[in-house]
Design a protein around this ligand. Sequence first.
Ligand code: LIP
Length: 259
Amino acid sequence: MISYPLSEWMDLAQNAARQAGAILSRRPDHYLHINAFSAGDIKLQADVDSEVLIRKILAPTELPVVGEEQGGEVHLIQGNQPYWVIDPLDGTYNYVRGLPLCCVSIGLMIGKEPLLGVIYDFNHDTLYSAIVGESLYINGHPHAPQWLEDQSQSLLLSSLRYDNRLSKMVPKDFKQIHGAFKKVRFFGTAALSLAWVAVGHAEGYQEYRVHLWDVAAGLALLKSAGGHFHLNWHDDAPFAIDCFASSQKDWMDPAPGHL
Ligand code: LIP
């Protein structure tokens, strides 16, 4: 079995997340330039520049990278080679609106399994990190979540993308999953939502049709904290997935053929 220098890679990932977050939190004018609008989303110069910086800092690892802005090789998800998965700014729309709910997210995966994750909430100078199989840390301090055990009293974090908003057909299991929790919150940042589940602020996160870069680091945090997840991979777009994640394994089994 190959052993990887995960601690070394963790240090680099933390360094990259902190450096990228430091610039994002200063909100330089050019970072707020909107490069593209799509139906339900925007692309900022901040995403582009932040990804360039993170890729540069991670380059000494010589590992392949999948990033929200520059993409990556889709065959990596079938392979057995570690690769970085970067969301240089998760919660882009929150960021441009000045909502302090956004972060830098850097995951390391092998095939479809997370190996480590770093999520930097630069608005609150809070860094979540974990190597799967070891402790979860908040700003360098080990942390164990205290999740609620009764699903009917628990909190689900979720979202709905533009193309499957409530006005359109929603997947069959949407009501079933959402209805099983006491409360549901939509914060517009998948990465931070997963970090908050991992540390115990909530018990579940579920979203249809996000991308691997939105969740890779958060899944590593959740797995190291003892949580569970299931991903449905879409065939029609690279790295598109439905994500079901929770503190308890059987709380979020998607109905078969739910889409
Ligand atoms: C966003 C996610 C959010 C999801 C958005 C988008 P971005 O990522 O974190 O939860 O609902 O559609 O994917 O674009 O801000 O990095």
